[in-house]
Ligand binder design. Structure first.
Ligand code: FAD
Length: 316
């Protein structure tokens, strides 16, 4: 069966959920093999079998961690040249897209970024103009390199042999042009990661100021949720940009998305419209977010949100 390579995203010794999604997707295209790159990563190989990886190509080198994306792209291209896979799937993270683009170029292959679906014949679906239009595309040259947005597919476990194939990375001096000199661990707090959370509570301009985001945080904490924000809120400096949901922010697809004081502009929808259940709280009954919402509450968020938080907390 044709081999499909999945580049593993990992951090702090954990495999990211998006990798399990890509392995699930890869099973519809052929036989999934994972590509595990990093300084000391071999211990993660076994876990990849839980989502169907039949082989795990493990390339260990401190250079893969110590320099920016170029070494990873070189090693990925090296594994692609050795294995001639049917396709290469990479997460649509900032790093993933850069690694995929560089590796595709080295392999003389075409690249499609930000796919939200890939059919069994390799045809991809991308949402453009803020998700208003779906585009079907297919790579026509070389081996298709496809970056897939997180939360596009539900990860489904499947057993795979996860046979480890050790790869000796060949990293050129040219790939070592930009060295990582320091890593600062971002203060995370106790909330789940926005892109991976099962529940997301987002606040918008309706909050009226940074000081009111504690309403959103309290509601989020009552639901063990991640906090998101509209661009209006992040541009105003009320909440960090890394929490922005939307076309130019993160794409989320949780089980439950609660939009508070957010109008539902097309660029915001682009980042959350695939959420399973959408709840909107807005004082304007004509707000476009209600067109998308499964449940809507027309009311002043300053009345509704504290009551909602209290009720949820009481029932926990
Ligand atoms: C190229 C481009 C990319 C963009 N990317 C993004 C993106 O990634 N993410 C994103 O979010 N936006 C993005 N935008 C911006 C987007 O067009 C909207 O401007 C933005 O989403 C609006 O944010 P908002 O809904 O918080 O604010 P508004 O549109 O001002 O809506 C505020 C809402 O709060 C309600 N409200 C006010 N007071 C209360 C109250 N007391 N109680 C209840 N409800 C209340 C109002 O009725 C209103 O519906 C982008 C725009 C462009 C041009």
């Amino acid at each position: 069966m044709a081999e499909v390579l999945v580049l593993v995203e990992h951090a702090d010794g954990e495999i990211k959920k998006v990798t399990n999604e890509l392995l699930t997707l890869a099973r519809t295209l052929g036989e999934p093999s994972a590509v595990l790159l990093g300084g000391s990563v071999a211990s993660l190989a076994e876990k990849l079998g839980e989502y169907g990886a039949q082989k795990v190509y493990v390339a260990e080198s401190a250079d893969l961690d110590d320099y920016l994306v170029a070494p990873k792209a070189e090693v990925l291209a090296q594994i692609v040249a050795d294995t001639s896979p049917t396709a290469v799937l990479v997460a649509s993270s900032a790093e993933g897209k850069e690694v995929a683009a560089r590796a595709a170029l080295r392999s003389g292959s075409g690249l499609i970024t930000d796919a939200v679906g890939v059919s069994s014949d390799g045809e991809t679906t991308q949402g453009i103009f803020g998700g208003a239009i779906a585009v079907q595309a297919k790579v026509t040259k070389g081996i298709p390199f496809i970056t897939v947005r997180p939360n596009s597919t539900a990860a489904e476990p499947a057993s795979g042999a996860a046979e480890v194939v050790t790869v000796t990375p060949n990293i050129s001096d040219a790939a070592k042009g930009a060295k990582v000199t320091e890593r600062v661990v971002e203060a995370k707090g106790g909330r789940p990661d926005l892109a991976e959370a099962a529940v997301v509570v987002s606040g918008g301009r309706g909050l009226g100021g940074a000081e009111h985001f504690d309403l959103i945080e309290k509601l989020a904490d009552s639901l063990d949720a991640a906090v998101g924000a509209s661009r209006a809120a992040t541009d105003a400096g009320w909440y960090p940009h890394q929490n922005q949901v939307g076309q130019t922010g993160k794409t989320v697809s949780p089980q439950l998305y609660i939009a508070v004081g957010i109008s539902g502009a097309i660029q915001h929808r682009a980042g959350m419209q695939t959420s399973k259940t959408i709840v909107a709280i807005n004082k304007d009954p004509e707000a476009p977010i209600f067109e998308l919402a499964d449940f809507g509450m027309v009311g002043d968020l300053f009345d509704v949100v504290p009551q909602l938080t209290d009720e949820i907390t009481k029932r926990k």
